[in-house]
Design a protein around this ligand. Structure first.
Ligand code: ATP
Length: 234
């Protein structure tokens, strides 16, 4: 039923000039699911995610998040959604602690929550070091900390495994699984099937702005020969 879905994407389109970046995409995400958008660079994943976040407005179609559209209740949606962008732009001269304080203030949260969340992502010991000294993996952890600081019901991650080393990918998958088990619905994008296989409950494959297939990994393997589809069509 509609109430069971945290997200409903209904026939959304976005063009830049006469180039169609997202073309008639529809899907639903039930609460509690891990859902992946799979597609190579330029497939339209980031544009779709930015529309879901209300950062880019669709030319047509409708987005319903927890029963609400952005026109109806923007603030309610902002409270429910956490976002890790493809690239975070931190201030190199601030420490992780100072950086997170900034996000906490915007969201009306206190210092206790900052400390809690830095511990959760494994940055507590390094939290007074300047972010400019952080590795890519540590910056990613800080990005995740700001994404979950307000305990979102829907966590959206744009290509979270890109640029991470294998141990970073392993850690990220574990965190996604843990957050999901404690009730967070997760939507993430990837161009790497291996990142998705053991994690996602359902996958949508995007190709040139269109959704070419959607289902569980098993369904896609059976029906569409997923690996072949990915190699040939994408
Ligand atoms: P990536 O992993 O590279 O981000 P993606 O699947 O997320 O790929 P998008 O970033 O959504 O893809 O881009 C889809 C297409 O839309 C690309 O061809 C891109 O060049 C184009 N595009 C995206 N944003 C704009 C913009 N603001 N103006 C013009 N074209 C854009």
């Amino acid at each position: 039923s509609t109430e069971n879905n945290i997200l409903e994407v209904r026939s959304i389109n976005k063009s830049y000039g006469n180039f169609s970046a997202v073309n008639g995409i529809s899907f639903q995400i039930p609460r509690g699911e891990i859902f992946t958008l799979l597609g190579h660079n330029g497939a339209g994943k980031s544009t779709l995610i930015k529309m879901i976040l209300g950062l880019v407005s669709p030319d047509a179609g409708e987005l319903v998040i927890d029963g609400c559209t952005y026109e109806q209740n923007l603030l309610k949606i902002k409270r429910k959604v956490g976002y890790l962008p493809e690239r975070m732009n931190f201030y190199d001269n601030l420490t992780a602690w100072e950086t997170l304080q900034f996000y906490a203030q915007i969201k009306g949260l206190g210092k206790e929550r900052c400390e809690e969340v830095l511990e959760e992502v494994g940055l507590k010991e390094a939290m007074h070091k300047r972010v400019g000294t952080y590795s890519k993996g540590m910056q990613q952890r800080l990005g995740l900390a700001q994404a979950i600081i307000h305990r979102p019901q829907l966590l959206i991650l744009d290509e979270p495994t890109t640029g991470l080393d294998p141990s970073g990918v392993w850690w990220l998958k574990k965190m996604i699984r843990d957050w999901n088990r404690s009730g967070t619905t997760v939507l993430f994008s990837s161009h790497n099937l291996d990142d998705v296989e053991e994690l996602a409950h359902r996958v949508a494959i995007l190709c040139r702005g269109q959704m070419v297939a959607a289902g569980t990994i098993r369904q896609l393997q059976d029906q569409y020969h997923l690996k072949v589809t990915l190699q040939v069509e994408l």
